[in-house]
Each structure stands twice: as structure tokens, then as C-alpha cells.
Write a protein of this length. Structure first.
Length: 266
């Protein structure tokens, strides 16, 4: 059984808490619309999300550990090679919550875990695909095919290596996920799901296992004004590169796609 883990940012770092709750609500509905209802959804938070949606497979878990400040990151020198200080702080907070949610999901009987950002959307075929492919206990799956969607747009951009820019792209067998000491602030210990393209490499290098490429178009990376990264600036820029990208890899946002991913206006 698959467990989806959704970390929620603290209210103190939210640019717009009401809008973040609308995004989260849509993500939750997207996950809970699975064709195979054999799954669990664990939402990990500091401040209780304000969403008006109930489902028997949802479990809210308050994160019981202190929030992380940048100067408390124990491997900060390593981290600053790859991230800006503020971004690293937010990513560590997210990573700790995902791992805490994984621990809870395992307790609930989940054998495979997937971290899902609180604004991304997933295909309603994912749980069914996973549950139908467990006979040989595969190490998990890497979602390479997905879409980028700029809020309120009428098109999607097809992305054939979405795992390189989005964290909601790996489904991992539980024994390949180390549950660290949550009182520690080692960035490396908590960034398995946030390592993006390197997640595949980590599983290979440290466990000698190869994640399987998922055949589904598994995820929609939602671009909006509250993203941690600067992807909105990159995707909305009017330049030749973006125009060509939309012409070549653009896909009309159909009713069928809206239904599969729960992509509705907020």
C-alpha cells in the first residue's frame, strides 16, 4: 500500500496563508481521488491547516519538534554549496516533516512512501499502478513524465525529466528510507525526497537498488505566486525559449486532464 506524505509550511513563513490552504485543499482532493482507494495520506504540520475536506484515509499529524533556523543546520557548509541559506532552512523543515510522515505512514501499514508538495497534483492512477505491481517487492518508482502548470493557464507544459526540478516524483519502499533522529538538524539525513534528480542516485549508491521508471504521467508541478523557488519568474518570462517550449511541448488543458489530476481553479 502506498502512503502519500504532504508537509505543510509553517504559517510564519507563508506569503499568504489563505491561498496556501486553498492550494493544499486542492492537493488533498487530488490525492484522495485515487481510483484505488487502498492508500493513506499523512499531512504533517506546525499550524493546523484550514481545509474543509474530509476523507477516511487522511491523517493529520502535528510535527512535535522545534522549527529549524539556518544557523542550527549541522552540515551547513555542505548545504551552502547547493542552496541559499533561506531556501535551505525551508527545505530542511520540509524534509523533516516528510520523514516524520513516512514514519507515521509505515505505522499505518504503508509499504511504499511518496512525498508530495502541498501544492502539487498527482494522477488518480498512481495508487492503482503501485498496488498492482507489488508482487516482486520492487524498490520503488521514479516519475519522470509530468506537467508544469502555471496557475490560471489554459495549457500545460510536458516535462520528460520532471524529477530534476520537482520533489513529488519518487515512490520508495519503506526499508530504503532511513528514519533519522528528529532532534538533529543534519540536512543530508532529511533530503532524500528533496534531492530531486539525485534521489535515484542515492538509492542506487547506498542500497544498490534501481527505482523503476513509472510509465504514467504522474504529477503536475503547479507554478504560482507562493512557490519557494523562482520558477514562476522563469516560466512566465516572455522570451523565445518559453514561446518555443509552449509550441513544442504545450498541451491543452482538457476536461479529462482536469479530472485525472483534480486540477480545478482556486
Amino acid at each position: 500500500m502506498i502512503g502519500f506524505v504532504v508537509p505543510v509550511k509553517p504559517k510564519s513563513v507563508s506569503k499568504n496563508w489563505d491561498y496556501d490552504n486553498l492550494l493544499l485543499s486542492r492537493t488533498v482532493k487530488s490525492i484522495c481521488a485515487q481510483k484505488d482507494q487502498k492508500f493513506k495520506l499523512i499531512i504533517v504540520y506546525n499550524d493546523l491547516p484550514e481545509i474543509n475536506y474530509k476523507h477516511e484515509n487522511i491523517f493529520f499529524e502535528k510535527f512535535p519538534f522545534n522549527s529549524v533556523s539556518a544557523d542550527s543546520i549541522e552540515d551547513l557548509d555542505y548545504v551552502l554549496k547547493y542552496y541559499k541559506l533561506e531556501y535551505a532552512e525551508k527545505m530542511l523543515d520540509k524534509g523533516k516533516k516528510i520523514h516524520y510522515g513516512c514514519k507515521k505512514a509505515i505505522d499505518l501499514g504503508c509499504d511504499y512512501l511518496m512525498g508530495v508538495d502541498s501544492d502539487d497534483l498527482v494522477s488518480n492512477k498512481l495508487a492503482k499502478y503501485v498496488n498492482e505491481n507489488l508482487s516482486n517487492s520492487p524498490p520503488g518508482w521514479r516519475i519522470k513524465k509530468g506537467f508544469i502548470y502555471e496557475e490560471n493557464s489554459c495549457i500545460l507544459i510536458k516535462k520528460y525529466d520532471i524529477q530534476n526540478i520537482n520533489g513529488s516524483t519518487h515512490i520508495i519502499r519503506k526499508d530504503l528510507i532511513t528514519i533519522p533522529d528528529f532532534n538533529r538538524n543534519l540536512f543530508w539525513d532529511f533530503n532524500l525526497f528533496e534531492a530531486h534528480g539525485y534521489t535515484y542516485g542515492r538509492i542506487k549508491d547506498f542500497h544498490n537498488e534501481l527505482l523503476i521508471d513509472c510509465p504514467l504521467w504522474g504529477v503536475i508541478y503547479v507554478v504560482h505566486k507562493n512557490n519557494y523557488s523562482n520558477i514562476l519568474f522563469l516560466t512566465s518570462a516572455i522570451n523565445i525559449k518559453n514561446i518555443i517550449k509552449k509550441l513544442i511541448r504545450g498541451k491543452i488543458l482538457s476536461i479529462k486532464i482536469r479530472k485525472e489530476y483534480g486540477l480545478f481553479s482556486i
